[in-house]
Design a binder for this molecule. Structure first.
Ligand code: WT7
Length: 645
């Protein structure tokens, strides 16, 4: 690992919101007296009722409870739209860049206000009210942001399902939160191809019941409208552009977002109104050093938490200009990101290491032919970034002039927890560096659970106290929340990640320590892929592990045992691959399926996944003790039949 440091230039520091001295002073204040610190940050939002209670949180296993600003009241759409109108009604709020490189759109705050108010009235007209759940299954179009903000205006709780998920996965999420309405589009164009979203909704409704559906006409394709379907354009045309905002308690749920865990079905992460919005706004401004008038672009999808916090809520709460991109990095060619940066004069650019690695492989000409001189800050998120990709991003994209912020956080955390601040932190390629204000990371010994006090150490990454953006519960299952995050290491929030802390106190994320894998920055539970595989009639048993993948970070490696009498053929491998795509979605496509007539099990029948991981990684020297296996010879067989690199 490289330990070269990259301090920000003097010129950058001069204009930055936070320099090194201010970081130190503010960080200390934030952990010494969190109450006073966060009270001091409250003014970032407009409250209809100012909170008097700031922090009321407990990580005690017997009584996990997290409340911030609990007697405060506010409305998210007021904070993201209304309050900006007087000063910046005519400023662009959203730049929309379509999949088609010749189509884009600038939406001002005034226009955003009109759309959000009308959309809120459309929702009311469809019977949606405060506390109701609304599922969004949409392309990256401005209507996705309108829909989110419209929900917040009337106090409805949105649950966004990434448009790459299958009808089966969608149905589970619609039922999971008992949604009153689905908002979708006819089709989602991406990379020149269209995903039939409305058709997928129709298939999903065969499983989850005939939930009412609002259909945005994105391509105008004829998708067949039934009794429970409503066209967006017609309803918007008739809707009033005035809808009074619902005052919400700071702890009222804002949204649910399903994410994968190490066991069972995905869980509905619940974020609430006040703390989440404050944390998203503050981190957006400070981590990216966003200044008035800047153009900011995060390439994520609103189907993931990154899109929630850093395309919509954080930027719009700050009155920023945020770019929404419908397409993919390689369409129409590998220069698309940089063409868009040049065209819209992007100042802050935020993407995932997997995209950087993929583009790096296409050659520097795709970058150098565009004028990227407006770029000031580059960000990454989703997985560890290898120093080679970091260096390429720094030199070829940033011309050595743009601080790189490697932001470590999770769906559960609402916003950045570990990140450099561009005007304050000397970065090291591959390290997420140091904590954001109010965040108290600790490294625990994985076996004993004791906190390691030495600066240089390695262990599991936990957080010692709450921050406002923290998730509050698992939707409908508080016990699962407590069990997942607060029971393995008592008194701490357990992140599920391992890390190393170096002599300078910098954190280096080493990856998940549970059965969650990270495929192209997307989180996937190995248990989910396994249950999809065993749902196939020919599969008796399956075990899924991650393995190192040059572009994706991790790939999906499946060991499959067939039912007695079934034939192990290449055709069946293809069938199983398609089956998983159909059950979960293309992001869960197995990269490799290995036939495993026998799986390594203990005498009590437990699959020894550690061994399967090592075989997938091609690391036989480190198989460890296999003597407790019921039949040690299965390991030799698996090694003999391992995938060829
Ligand atoms: C997991 C969370 C947070 C938005 C995107 C993913 C990994 C995330 C980094 C980073 C190393 C990272 C962790 C984490 N991760 N950012 N900068 N360096 N690893 O959100 O789907 O909730 O996944 O992504 O393993 O636990 P998510």
């Amino acid at each position: 690992m490289s330990d070269t440091t990259y301090p920000p230039s003097d010129e950058f520091v001069k204009n930055a919101h936070v320099d090194a001295a201010k970081y130190k002073e503010m960080y200390e204040a934030s952990v010494n007296d969190p109450e006073a610190f966060w009270k001091g940050q409250m003014g970032r939002l407009d409250w209809s009722r100012t909170p008097t209670k700031i922090k009321n949180t407990s990580f005690d296993y017997h009584n996990v409870s997290i409340k911030w600003f609990e007697d405060g009241e506010l409305n998210v759409s007021v904070n993201c739209v209304d309050r900006h109108l007087a000063k910046r009604g005519d400023q662009t709020a959203i730049i929309w860049e379509s999949d088609d490189p010749n189509v884009d759109m600038h939406i001002t705050y005034n226009e955003l206000s009109e759309k959000v108010n009308k959309f809120a009235n459309v929702l009311k007209g469809l019977g949606v009210g405060k506390g109701d759940r609304v599922v969004l299954y949409l392309p990256m179009i401005p209507e996705a942001a309108y829909a989110m903000l419209a929900c917040t205006r009337i106090g409805a709780i949105h649950s966004i399902v990434f448009a790459g998920f299958s009808p089966e996965a969608l149905a589970a999420r619609v039922s999971g939160c008992d949604a009153k309405l689905i908002i979708t589009a006819d089709e989602a164009p991406r990379g020149g191809r269209a995903t039939p979203l409305k058709k997928n909704v129709d298939k999903a409704r065969e499983h989850c019941g005939d939930v009412a559906t609002l259909v945005v006409e994105r391509t105008g394709a004829d998708v067949g409208m039934g009794d429970r379907d409503h066209g967006y354009t017609a309803l918007m045309a008739d809707a009033s552009a005035q809808c009074a905002p619902e005052p919400m308690n700071a702890e009222d749920p804002l949204f649910i977002l399903y994410t994968s865990g190490s066991t069972g079905a995905p869980k509905g992460v619940v974020h609430t109104t006040g703390g989440y919005l404050l944390y998203a706004a503050m981190t957006h401004e400070i981590t990216f050093d966003y200044h008035d008038g800047d153009v900011y672009w995060c390439t994520a999808d609103v189907g993931w938490v990154t899109g929630h916090s850093y395309i919509v809520y954080g930027p719009l709460a700050n009155g920023a200009t945020t770019l929404m991109f419908e397409g993919v990095p390689t369409y129409p060619d590998a220069g698309r990101f940089w063409a868009v940066c040049e065209k819209h004069k992007v100042n802050q650019f935020y993407t995932a290491p997997t995209a950087i690695r993929a583009l790096m492989g296409q050659g520097n000409e795709w970058v150098t032919k565009y004028d990227l001189s407006d770029l000031k800050v580059l960000g990454t998120v989703g997985e560890p970034i290898n120093p080679e990709a970091w260096n390429w991003y720094n030199e070829v994209v940033g011309k050595g002039n743009c601080p790189i912020v490697d932001t470590w956080w999770q769906t559960e955390t609402g916003g950045h927890l570990l990140t450099p601040l561009p005007g304050a932190t000397a970065t090291k390629p591959g390290s997420a560096t140091t904590p954001f204000f109010g965040v108290q990371p600790v490294v625990l010994d994985p076996q004993s659970g004791a906190e390691i006090k030495e600066t240089e150490c390695e262990g599991v990454l936990c957080i010692a106290d709450s921050w406002p953006g923290q998730m509050r519960t698992v939707y409908g299952d508080h016990e699962r929340f407590v069990k997942t995050y607060f029971s393995d290491y008592k008194g701490y929030y357990f992140s599920g990640d391992g890390c190393r802390r170096d002599a300078d106190g910098y954190y280096w994320i080493t990856g998940r320590v549970d059965d969650v894998i990270n495929v192209s920055g997307h989180r996937m539970g190995t248990a989910e892929v396994e249950s999809a595989l065993v749902a196939h009639s020919k599969v008796a048993e399956a075990a899924v592990v991650g393995f190192p993948h040059d572009i994706k970070g991790q790939g999906i490696y499946c060991y499959v045992t067939l039912m007695e009498g079934e034939e192990y053929t290449d055709e069946l491998k293809t069938e199983l691959r398609n089956w998983v795509r159909q059950e979960i979605g293309p992001i869960a496509s197995p990269d490799y399926i290995q036939w495993a007539p026998g799986l390594p099990k203990t005498r009590s029948g437990k699959i020894m996944r550690r061994i399967l991981r090592k075989i997938a990684e091609n690391d036989y020297g480190a198989l460890g003790d296999t003597s407790t296996l019921a039949d040690p010879s299965v390991v030799d067989d698996l090694i003999a039949n391992r995938k060829q690199d």
